[in-house]
Design a protein around this ligand. Structure first.
Ligand code: SF4
Length: 364
């Protein structure tokens, strides 16, 4: 297997001090006023600050995974989108809605997968394997997407690769090696993997998870597939953020061990009241902190940076028109595929049936 050559050595994050309760109230009021004034809609990821998630829902925006964020932002009537998440999410919204204004709380909020997949190195990798269908994860730059045949998110990657495999295609996959390995094992597809990883999920520890499960034998284990294989192997459900929330709501258990960014526990708690969630361990037994699964770049989204960006109009995403035109092709393919799959799911389907969306193998 060839490796990706990029590194994340240039990565850094700037996280503000937490606001007091009074400061939060004042900031929320400022944000509400600005959203109205700009006729803007707030689109937030499950991993950002809980106050921002709540505000998005209270003001008619959305809190979701990156697939639904992209769909929602594209289809909403608002001409100004404020995207609370990381850079590739704002870029995806801009690619899908080039005529809309897309603002982010902090343009330097990035992702280790994006940082670790330099467009020039990735292009050389693709050029070296012209016989392969290029499938990239959403967590990539617009320039990388512009070189891809398909973009996928974690909620639909398995289905799309299974679909391509059934057509006899060989895959070049980037950038997440853990998600790529998981999909490769599930589908049996011939996949050449870029060797990137998420610095949050990469930290989950298989051995410590085993010990935690022994302490909570009744708990179900919910795992995001960006996690290492030793963690994925212990999962009751492997899925995207939305799929893990659905599992928490639907599975017959009251205690869950959750291996993904801790930001998701806010929405899980709201969606499955009365259930108990434990963050999967990222550290050994002797460590002072058992889990620090929190993305430093998602944490750059604060009420303060959101209010400042709306008031100043700064932090607008711009997109090279040619890159945007090429990148939209692979995103539209995924959205069309997702729309087709959704049509195949009966309303009111239970989890087992819905899981067919991401565990089914075969042509669309
Ligand atoms: S949690 Fe991981 S995959 Fe998500 S934005 Fe942060 S670094 Fe990227």
């Amino acid at each position: 297997m060839l490796s990706g050559l990029s590194t994340i050595a240039q990565g850094w994050a700037r996280v503000r001090d937490p606001a007091s309760t009074d400061q939060k109230q004042a900031l929320k009021a400022r944000i509400r006023r600005q959203l109205e004034q700009h006729q803007a809609v707030l689109v937030a990821h499950y991993y950002v600050d809980a106050d921002i998630q709540d505000l998005a829902e209270e003001t008619g925006g959305c809190v979701s995974d990156s697939l639904e964020m992209a769909r929602f932002a594209r289809d909403h009537a608002a001409q100004t989108l404020i995207v609370a998440g990381v850079r590739f999410m704002g870029e995806t919204s801009k690619i899908l809605s080039p005529h809309k204004r897309v603002i982010m709380p902090d343009l330097e909020a990035t992702c280790s997968l994006d940082l670790g997949c330099d467009a020039a190195e990735f292009t050389a990798f693709c050029d070296a394997h012209p016989e392969r269908t290029v499938v990239v994860y959403a967590n990539t730059s617009a320039a990388v997407k512009a070189r891809a045949d398909w973009m996928v998110t974690s909620s639909i990657g398995l289905d799309i690769v299974a679909h391509l495999h059934a057509q006899g295609k060989k895959i070049l996959w980037a950038p997440d090696k853990h998600l790529g390995t998981y999909i490769q094992e599930k589908t049996g597809a011939d996949m050449l993997l870029w060797q990137g990883s998420c610095l949050v999920h990469d930290e989950f520890k298989g051995l410590e998870l085993e010990l935690l499960r022994q302490e909570h034998p009744e708990a179900k284990v919910l795992v995001h597939p960006e996690s290492p294989a030793a963690v994925v192997a212990q999962a009751d459900v492997v899925g995207s953020t939305s799929q893990l929330i659905r599992a928490a709501q639907t599975l017959d258990a009251t205690t869950f061990i959750v291996a993904t960014d801790m930001g998701l526990l806010h929405k899980m708690g709201q969606a499955a009241p009365g259930k108990y969630f434990i963050a999967a361990p990222t550290a050994g037994n002797s460590a002072t902190c058992k889990s620090c699964a929190q993305c430093p770049w998602m944490a750059m989204n604060s009420l303060q940076s959101l209010a400042d960006a709306l008031e100043s109009g700064a932090n607008e995403i711009t997109m090279d028109a040619d890159i945007g035109r090429r990148a939209v092709v692979c995103i539209d393919r995924m959205l069309d595929f997702a729309a087709q799959r959704k049509a195949n799911v009966r309303p009111g389907a239970d989890l087992a049936k819905e899981q067919a969306l991401f565990t089914g193998i075969g042509p669309a």
